[in-house]
Design a binder for this molecule. Structure first.
Ligand SMILES: NC(=O)c1ccc[n+]([C@@H]2O[C@H](COP(=O)([O-])OP(=O)(O)OC[C@H]3O[C@@H](n4cnc5c(N)ncnc54)[C@H](OP(=O)(O)O)[C@@H]3O)[C@@H](O)[C@H]2O)c1
Length: 283
């Protein structure tokens, strides 16, 4: 690697990869070292206008000119994309995948020998530079590459965590997916309040303030979730009646099954047999 901000190709610039590009530019990554492509002309024009980038059509040319190649397609599209990029890959390059569910091993098996693989899972909150980006890599990724990817994703999060690749799905399914899980809870609660005559706009503001307050209690108040529950839900009280009803109706069991389904689905996406423990995924 010749530069701490190596020439980097971005193939398949959708929502998440656009956030990465936006934050990389804001963090000072030189535009001429960001080689973005898209298959649709309207998207190329949109990305050019928004980020002041030249966005090409030729994936192979972008990959050939890059030291680091970041792929932002959906997992189902990855196998085909890797096949088409194959002729432009060369030993010494680093492949960075943000696709959920595809392990370092699965990716490495589809690349020429001598290419390194890094996996990045940005948080769903990357657009507001909040949350934690998870990173994992295979053997033989030089420290310089690890620093380069940290610099690239720096603006998409508050910090990065390098983890064992085998734990990427369980950690994503429990911790990074907290954002959509919380939004599902909020959506349900808002509907429940509206059913009982509450003003929807008022409730939506209350929810955002309540979330911020809860986060403050846990972080600044240094309380664990179990302690908060114990403190606010005294036996036979109102909060207890709510939590007790939710537990009796199977809410915790549903959450556990859902969070594990994410790991189960990743086996399917890799074309592997889903272990019995992860068969709870309901379509
Ligand atoms: N969204 C999140 O919060 C999040 C978080 C962590 C990881 N991820 C991962 O990030 C990846 C992208 O997610 P996203 O939400 O950004 O999806 P997205 O908006 O659908 O982006 C995917 C992009 O890839 C393009 N594409 C698909 N096939 C292609 C091909 N063969 N060649 C070139 N480009 C191709 C699509 O183009 P078209 O528009 O023409 O189809 C689209 O622009 C996924 O693998 C997901 O697992 C997402």
């Amino acid at each position: 690697m010749s530069n701490p901000r190596p020439a980097t190709a971005f193939i398949g610039v959708g929502t998440m990869m656009e956030a990465m590009i936006d934050k990389a530019i804001a963090g000072g990554w030189p535009r001429e070292r960001l080689l973005a492509t898209h298959r649709r002309a309207d998207r190329r024009a949109e990305l050019s206008a928004r980020h002041g980038l030249e966005v090409g059509e030729d994936n192979l040319a972008a990959v050939a000119a890059a030291e680091m190649v970041v792929l932002g397609v959906r997992p189902q599209e990855m196998e085909e994309l890797l096949r088409t990029l194959g002729p432009a890959f060369r030993p010494g390059q680093v492949l960075v995948s943000i696709a959920a569910g595809l392990t370092v091993e699965w990716l490495a098996e589809r690349l020429p020998d001598g290419m390194a693989v890094i996996r990045v899972t940005p948080p769903p909150t990357a657009w507001v530079s909040a949350g934690i980006t998870l990173l994992s890599c295979g053997d033989g990724v030089a420290p310089g590459w690890r620093s380069a990817i940290e610099a690239l994703v720096h603006g998409t999060c508050e910090r990065v965590e390098w983890i064992d690749d085998a734990l990427m799905e369980p950690i994503t399914g429990v911790a990074l997916a907290l954002t959509p899980y919380t939004c599902m809870l909020l959506r349900t609660l808002i509907a429940t309040g509206v059913e009982q005559g509450c003003d929807e706009a008022f409730l939506r503001r209350m929810m955002v303030d309540g979330l911020a307050a809860t986060a403050k209690l846990l972080s600044e108040g240094k309380l664990q979730p179990e302690q908060v529950i114990e403190t606010v839900a005294t036996r036979e009280g109102l909060t207890w009646s709510a939590l007790h009803t939710m537990e009796s109706r199977g809410v915790p069991a549903g959450i556990r099954a859902g969070a594990r389904a994410m790991t189960g689905r990743s086996y399917e996406l890799r074309g592997e047999r889903v272990p019995d423990d992860y068969m709870g995924f309901l379509r």
